[in-house]
Design a protein around this ligand. Structure first.
Ligand SMILES: NC(=O)c1ccc[n+]([C@@H]2O[C@H](COP(=O)([O-])OP(=O)(O)OC[C@H]3O[C@@H](n4cnc5c(N)ncnc54)[C@H](OP(=O)(O)O)[C@@H]3O)[C@@H](O)[C@H]2O)c1
Length: 302
C-alpha cells in the first residue's frame, strides 16, 4: 500500500482528498501545524515559521500533495496577512525541499497546488492556457513564487506537478456556500457587472486530478485544474437559484459596496478569468465526474 502525505490536509480539499485516496487503497498521512488524532490517518507535526518538520512524515511517504497555505479569502489583506499568504506557501515548500534533501526517503512524486490566480485576478474574457503569461497583481506574485519554490524539488529528480486550481465548488468551504446562502434566503444577486468569469471545478474532480497527478508517471509540469466551461458570475448565480428553485429578483450588488466591504480582497469576487483546461484535454485522458455545471450544482446543493 502506498502512502500519500498531504500538507494542509485538514483543509477543505485535503479532507475530501483523504477520503478519496483511502477509498482507492492508499494510506494517508498529514502534515499539520496542530496535529489531532484522526482515525485511519497518521498526522505529523510541522512548524513552518520555526523550520521544524517531523522527518517521519518524509521517510514514510511515496507521494506528497502540498496544499498548505493561509486562506486567501479568510481575512482582509493587511500587509501582515499578505506576508502570511505568501510565506505559508513558499517557506513551507522550502522546508519540504530541505527535508527531502536531508532525509532518506522514497518519494516518487510531488504534487503542489497552485492557483489560476497565476494569470491575474481580473483578465476579462481572454482565454488563458498554461502557456499564457503570469499576471502582476498580488495573487499572481504569490502563485509565481509558489510554483518557483517547487523547482529545487524538481531538480532532485522527483517528478513534480503543479495544478493551477480553479474555484473549487463544494459546500464544505470556499465560494459556493457564500453564493448559495443569500440565494436560499431569496436575496441572491450577481456581483458587480456579473460578467466576470468563474473558472470552476467540482471538488471531486480537483481531487481526481491530484490523484491522477501522483499516480500517473507521465504527468509533469503545470496543468490548469478547471472544468471545461467557465461561466459568468451572473450565470452561476442564476443557475444556483434554478437548482435551489428560488427566485432571483434583486439587482446586481454594486462593485463599490463590495470594495468597501472587502478592500483589496474584493478582486477575488469582482474580478474573473476564463481559464482553459488545455493540457488536460490535449495530453491526458482525464475523465471529469462533473464536466457540466448544472450537474455539479445538483450534486452539491441537492
Ligand atoms: N479551495 C479553492 O477554491 C482553491 C482554489 C485555488 C487554490 N487553492 C489552494 O489549494 C490549497 C488547499 O485549499 P483549501 O481550500 O483546502 O484550503 P483550506 O481549507 O484553507 O486549508 C488549507 C490548510 O493549510 C494549512 N494552513 C493554513 N494556514 C497555514 C499557515 N499559515 N502555514 C501553514 N499551513 C497553513 C491548514 O492546515 P493545518 O491547520 O492542519 O496546518 C489548512 O487546513 C490552498 O493552498 C489554496 O490556496 C484552493
Amino acid at each position: 500500500m502506498e502512502t500519500v502525505l498531504i500538507t494542509g490536509g485538514t483543509g477543505t480539499i485535503g479532507r475530501r482528498l483523504t477520503q478519496l485516496l483511502q477509498e482507492q487503497g492508499y494510506a494517508v498521512s498529514l502534515l499539520s501545524r496542530s496535529p489531532k488524532p484522526q482515525p485511519g490517518v497518521t498526522t505529523y507535526a510541522w512548524n513552518v515559521d520555526a523550520d521544524e518538520l517531523d522527518p517521519r512524515a518524509i521517510e514514510t511517504a511515496d507521494h506528497i500533495v502540498h496544499l498548505a497555505g493561509a486562506g486567501i479569502a479568510d481575512e482582509r489583506w493587511t500587509d501582515a496577512r499578505k506576508r502570511e499568504i505568501m510565506d505559508s506557501r513558499t517557506r513551507s515548500t522550502e522546508l519540504l525541499a530541505e527535508a527531502l534533501r536531508t532525509t532518506k526517503h522514497h518519494v516518487k512524486s510531488f504534487v503542489s497546488s497552485s492557483a489560476i490566480g497565476y494569470y491575474g485576478g481580473d483578465t476579462g474574457d481572454r482565454p488563458l492556457s498554461e502557456h499564457s503569461a503570469a499576471g502582476t497583481d498580488f495573487l499572481a506574485k504569490v502563485t509565481r513564487a509558489w510554483e518557483r519554490s517547487v523547482e529545487p524539488i524538481e531538480a532532485m529528480k522527483i517528478r513534480t506537478v503543479r495544478i493551477r486550481t480553479g474555484v473549487v465548488l463544494t459546500m464544505e468551504g470556499g465560494a459556493l456556500p457564500k453564493l448559495a446562502q443569500p440565494v436560499r434566503l431569496g436575496a441572491g444577486a450577481p456581483i458587480g457587472t456579473g460578467q466576470q468569469y468563474i473558472s470552476w471545478i467540482h471538488i471531486d474532480d480537483i481531487c481526481g486530478l491530484y490523484i491522477q497527478a501522483l499516480r500517473n508517471p507521465v504527468w509533469s509540469g503545470v496543468y490548469n485544474g478547471v472544468a471545461p466551461n467557465p461561466v459568468t458570475n451572473a450565470d452561476l448565480t442564476h443557475l444556483i437559484a434554478k437548482v435551489l428553485n428560488r427566485p432571483m429578483i434583486l439587482p446586481n450588488i454594486p462593485a463599490f459596496v463590495i470594495k468597501l466591504m472587502f478592500g483589496e480582497l474584493a478582486i477575488t469576487v469582482l474580478g474573473g478569468s476564463f481559464v482553459l483546461n488545455r493540457r488536460l484535454t490535449e495530453e491526458t485522458t482525464f475523465q471529469y465526474k462533473f464536466p457540466d455545471l448544472r450537474k455539479a450544482l445538483e450534486d452539491l446543493l441537492g
